[in-house]
Design a protein around this ligand. Structure first.
Ligand SMILES: Nc1ncnc2c1ncn2[C@@H]1O[C@H](COP(=O)(O)OP(=O)(O)OP(=O)(O)O)[C@@H](O)[C@H]1O
Length: 731
């Protein structure tokens, strides 16, 4: 390649990029000015001024956020079109910008006019002659990659004296060969045609994106979220977009993609964080996870939601006028059943005292009492603290963690397990909830299920009047006090964070990543957030770690019931070198995984290293890790069986050669958490690697990872497909 020519072209592009940055500064200044004007207008204290201020400040603030975010490779694409279409090049960027004459300077990658940038191919150039990708560091153009799409049109242009040199090896290969760091990057500059179709698919019903490892499902889904926000901002920003992924580590891995595309209004949540107010990171062991994830839990929890609060009174007795009035077990049982038949338990709170008064009044026989009448009877009872205390203790307002807490007692659990869980399964659950254990990721859908089964406590603002009418709030009692009563029944567990109300759960769009791993209970949980939403679902069944795919499929169908389907399939593996993927695919075939095998496009000439029968494991791992870390510039993952995680972290922390690359390893020795900080070299378990990628992977004792659970083979397949450059396995 002629260096002078390259420099000349870079210089010409730099001049354009400089112009864009000047414009960007001016637009940012204008946006800030707009924000200030909005503030001032808000000081005029009439209503119109305030509404107007909110709208202006909101718009301006969003624009500022967008422009700030756009600093990473703001301008990345250029299209030279046949002159019959335009003799000006068309520039594509992360956001759209107009110059001071309001002429288009930069086209947003999501705009219809940018679609051709991704869809044109040499076979179907769509009047594009040359597609150019600019590589930049901040505002500095550092490289150019061209693709010639229409050589005949180029010849014609050259005959007219127009020069369009073709430079570089092609943008995609350059992009795929880059070193990996700890976060995923956007692919706006190199989205491929089949990916573009999935990104721009209209948002109706359920869009599923399938494909084997490394085909870009995650990154495509994130670009789709950005695309949807662009096309219908009002709907998706006000209704919300929820992105759900497998783990906190994964969410941190993908968290920068959307902001780098100028989008910040998306809720990114791992499966342990889907319920507002809860945050679980710990996983139960596979046998417990299999029980907690099963749809059978829904039956069990429905029963639990109807249980009488453990420790609550089952008898009430009062003298009134000439009568002894009693509520015994039988009477209370009838009132309970009647109330339960009318709707969710917490929603019945305003009716409880009325129903009990009915049952008591029916027993008034004495003449003096009948003469005074029902109204006087109610007045007397509702000013009687013993009656009010009984009502609150017998039918306390409940929150879902409290009800789950009841099931920690084996006798209470046994009451709801008949025909649902075996005795051994009950014992496993009891053990998992014993002691001071924090909530697990698998507990979160159980709490959500209970939230819906018991309903929200009527809200003070909306329903205060209702409650007041019952007398429950008389004498200075309020909802706060009701909740305190509930707490006193909650057997000392620590799972009572504030949770939003269930009516606040729904989103306008729900995006599920690694969908093959959702358990039936998790499908029910996310399903409730997307009843009226459109959906994007990405996954690869061969990578599933859920042992009962048929049961998960039923729950998935129920969650998406009645929605139309649109399916997209991705067929190229952009992550692994061809050599690494060939090894992984051969493994999948050998162990009988029904895998969707994509084509890996990038060859490195370096096959995986497979070491067997190593005598000294630590020495062998050390040699392998140092070798890989010395040969790749980016991240290295040491993947180990769960039982070896602490040991492996201790090894890593003790190797002086890697002290700078793995400062967090020491802290991870005793904890059961995986990679933190910005370490280049990390220890992970098989399940931790889901969705992630590394330049190099060293797999320690793959046969043990395989034997760890019923789906260990799928987990090992995932592990073998995480490396971009080098893979070593040690058995
Ligand atoms: N068009 C593209 N241009 C550049 N890089 C791409 C492109 N498509 C995908 N990639 C890269 O390929 C890698 C794999 O992408 P991604 O993680 O989205 O795949 P996936 O299908 O979700 O993988 P898995 O199912 O194995 O977790 C990422 O580094 C991503 O940036």
């Amino acid at each position: 390649m002629n260096d002078e020519l390259v420099e000349h072209e870079i210089g010409a592009e730099q001049a354009f990029v400089d112009r864009v940055y000047l414009q960007l500064e001016e637009s940012a200044r204008n946006a800030r000015q707009l924000a200030r004007e909005g503030e001032n207008r808000g000081r005029l204290e009439h209503e119109g001024g305030l509404v107007e201020r909110d709208a202006m400040v909101f718009q301006a603030a969003r624009r500022i956020a967008q422009l700030d975010a756009a600093h990473e490779g703001l301008v990345f694409g250029r299209l030279d079109l046949q002159h019959s279409v335009s003799d000006e090049p068309r520039y594509i960027g992360r956001i759209g910008l107009r110059d001071s004459e309001r002429d288009s300077l930069l086209i947003d990658w999501r705009a219809p006019a940018a679609a051709v940038f991704y869809q044109a191919t040499a076979a179907d150039p769509q009047r594009v002659v040359r597609r150019r990708v600019l590589r930049s560091t901040g505002p500095q153009v550092v490289g150019i990659e061209d693709e010639l799409l229409d050589s005949e049109a180029l010849a014609e242009l050259e005959a007219d004296g127009v020069e369009l040199p073709i430079i570089g090896e092609g943008a995609l290969m350059a992009q795929l060969s880059r070193a990996r760091d700890r976060t995923m990057h956007s692919i706006v500059a190199t989205i491929q045609a089949e990916q573009d179709r999935a990104i721009r698919a209209p948002s109706r019903g359920v869009t599923t994106i399938s494909g084997g490892p490394g085909t870009g499902k995650t990154v495509v889904a994130l670009h789709r979220a950005a695309y949807l926000l662009y096309t219908d901002r009002r709907r998706y920003e006000s209704g919300g977009v929820l992105v759900v992924g497998p783990s906190g580590v994964f969410m941190r891995y993908i968290e920068r993609v959307l902001p780098s595309l100028g989008e910040t209004a998306v809720a990114l949540r791992s499966l342990g964080e889907v319920v507002d107010g809860l945050r679980a990171t710990r996983h139960d062991e596979p046998a417990v996870a299999a029980i907690k994830g099963s749809a059978r839990m829904a039956t069990l929890l429905r029963r639990a939601a109807r249980l009488q609060a453990p420790g609550s009174p089952d008898h009430f007795r009062v003298f009134w006028r000439d009568d002894v009035l009693t509520l015994d077990r039988g009477r209370l049982g009838r009132v309970r059943r009647q109330l339960m038949s009318q709707g969710r338990r917490n929603r019945q709170l305003p009716r409880v005292s009325g129903a009990l008064l009915d049952a008591l009044w029916g027993q008034v026989r004495g003449e003096r009492g009948r003469e005074r009448g029902r109204e006087a009877f109610e007045d007397d009872m509702l000013s009687d603290d013993t009656f009010l205390d009984f009502v609150l203790a017998w039918w306390p307002p409940l929150d879902a963690p409290t009800v789950l807490g009841w099931l920690r007692e084996p006798e209470v659990l046994a009451q709801v397990c008949d025909g649902v869980l075996s005795r051994e399964e009950q014992q496993l659950l009891t053990k998992s909830w014993g002691g001071d254990t924090a909530l697990s990721v698998e507990d979160v859908p159980l709490i959500d299920e209970l939230r819906y089964a018991i309903g929200d406590v009527p809200q003070r603002t909306e329903d205060e009047r209702d409650l007041d009418e019952t007398g429950l709030l008389s004498g200075g009692r309020d909802l706060q006090e009701l909740m305190t009563v509930a707490d006193s029944l909650s057997s000392g567990r620590s799972w009572t964070p504030p949770m939003h109300r269930i009516e606040d759960d729904p989103f306008a769009h729900v995006l599920i990543d690694e969908a093959q791993d959702l358990t039936p209970m998790q499908w029910r949980m996310v399903g409730r957030r997307g009843r009226t939403a459109s959906w994007t679902i990405v996954g690869d069944p061969a990578q599933s770690s859920w042992p009962d795919p048929a049961e998960a499929e039923v729950a998935r169908r129920e969650a998406l019931e009645g929605k139309e389907r649109h399916e997209f399939h991705l067929s190229t593996n952009y992550r692994n070198s061809a050599e690494i993927y060939e090894h992984a695919a051969a493994y999948a075939e050998r162990v009988g995984l029904d895998a969707d095998l994509p084509t890996a496009v990038r060859s490195t000439g370096v096959p995986p290293r497979v070491l067997t029968g190593v005598p000294d494991l630590e020495a062998a791992v050390r040699e392998a890790v140092l070798d890989v870390a010395g040969r790749v510039p980016g991240t290295v993952g040491i993947v180990v069986p769960v039982a070896r995680r602490s040991e492996a972290n201790a090894w890593l922390a003790s190797w002086p050669e890697l002290a700078d690359d793995a400062p967090a390893a020491r802290a991870a020795i005793d904890s059961s958490v995986t990679p933190s900080g910005e370490d280049r070299v990390v220890v992970l378990t098989g399940l931790d690697t889901k969705g992630l990628e590394f330049d190099g992977i060293v797999v320690v004792r793959p046969e043990e990872i395989e034997a760890e659970s019923a789906t260990g083979r799928a987990t090992l397949y995932v592990v073998l497909t995480r490396a971009t450059q080098l893979l070593t396995t040690l058995s």
